[in-house]
Design a binder for this molecule. Structure first.
Ligand SMILES: NC(=O)c1ccc[n+]([C@@H]2O[C@H](COP(=O)([O-])OP(=O)(O)OC[C@H]3O[C@@H](n4cnc5c(N)ncnc54)[C@H](O)[C@@H]3O)[C@@H](O)[C@H]2O)c1
Length: 335
């Protein structure tokens, strides 16, 4: 198959790209390399395998190139987006343009060319829903002040879901699969955007304090990228479209405990420092006590749910981190 992956050099994208190349597909990656890097592919693929990938270094808002790239494809996986607390709060209008206008463009191009589309939404669309585990039919809401920048990311993805669903309503034959990922972790995830796993690892290896936001009691579920890709590709193989599905791990941990486990695994002399994130993000930060996915729908549709434990993820991440990262150079010291 001829497969187009936008954002195919990022955290999830590089894992997905590699898997599809290994399966023998003709893969085109469309990525502006703002965050992603072709080096990310090196942990999964050999140089000859990487040379088979057609990489287009362009922005998804570049309608002309996007349109040519989409038109020659049998399926499009649309992953390109602006995400990560730091990126979201530092360039909110750019984020809204890329995540909404860019996604609407890709969606229109796919539907008008009758090309199946897989769209990445986010678990953040559940907002402050207080349920212990959230399922696809649960309420999506942002409670409180809409002026808090972090929620604008969730709103951009809600707009994508609404737009995709409007296209599905108007086009009975259109094929769009909407995925809501929960904290996907991959070996070369950069600490630069502020994601907690790489941020903690970088600090631990530098024996610097691990900065925990708030009291550290907030609980999160993490998902190992290769597991995420297994579930996603199973859905596509089974031709599951015109539906929204959570993909996430089944184990959760408090952020404080995560910090302790990472310090222990890396034999670091780092300490944990509890800080007020509002000081770092100019009042644009918000978060919830816990968020975990109900994966019953994923289980029933694909039969494959992410199973890697948090401990295994920490051990895996640690071995890749030591081998591949130039710890001093990657990421921002402030985070
Ligand atoms: N990783 C997670 O935990 C998570 C959670 C929920 C949702 N998602 C969604 O999954 C998708 C992939 O996430 P990821 O973690 O791999 O992100 P990432 O930041 O690692 O990768 C995104 C990729 O898109 C590229 N990109 C960004 N803006 C672009 C633009 N305007 N034009 C072209 N390329 C652009 C980047 O260079 C990068 O390679 C995103 O849509 C994200 O919103 C991810």
């Amino acid at each position: 198959m001829r497969i187009l992956i936008t954002g195919g050099l990022g955290t999830i994208g590089s894992c997905l790209t590699a898997r599809l190349v290994k399966q023998g597909h003709k893969v085109t990656v469309y990525d502006n390399m703002e965050i992603g890097h072709s080096d990310n592919l090196k942990i999964y693929l050999s140089d000859p395998e990487i040379s088979e990938i057609h990489i287009i270094k362009r922005d998804i808002l570049d309608k002309e190139h996007m349109s040519v790239a989409v038109s020659g494809s049998d399926i499009v996986y649309h992953l390109a987006a602006t995400l990560g607390t730091l990126n979201v709060v530092s360039q909110p209008s750019r984020m809204l343009n890329v995540n909404s206008l860019g996604t609407h463009l890709v969606s229109d191009l796919c539907v008008s060319n009758n090309i199946p589309l897989v769209l990445m939404s986010t678990s953040m669309v559940y907002g402050k829903n207080p349920k212990t585990s959230v399922s696809e039919k649960d309420d999506l809401f942002v409670k409180g002040d809409i002026d808090v920048g972090l929620w604008w990311y969730a709103i951009s993805k809600m707009a994508d879901e609404a737009y995709a669903n409007s296209l599905l309503l108007e086009n009975k034959r259109a094929k769009i699969l909407i995925i809501r990922p929960f904290n996907v972790i991959a070996p070369l995830q950069s600490p630069a955007a502020g994601f907690v796993f790489p941020r903690f690892f970088r600090s631990a290896y530098l024996n610097e304090p691990l900065l925990v936001y708030g009291n550290g009691k907030q609980k999160r579920t993490f998902t190992w990228a290769p597991d995420f890709v297994d579930s996603l590709l199973k859905l596509v193989d089974k031709d599951v479209f015109r539906i929204t599905v959570n993909i996430g791990g089944t184990e959760s941990i408090t952020i404080s405990d995560l910090a302790k486990c990472i310090i222990k695994t890396t034999n670091s002399s780092s300490v944990i420092k509890y800080i007020d994130p509002q000081d770092l993000f100019s009042g644009q930060f918000d978060e919830i006590d816990q968020r975990s996915p109900d994966v019953s729908l994923l289980r029933s549709l694909s039969g494959v749910v992410p199973e890697t434990s948090i401990n295994e993820m920490i051990v895996n991440f640690s071995s890749y981190y030591k081998k591949y990262f130039n710890i001093q150079d990657r990421g921002l010291s402030r985070y």
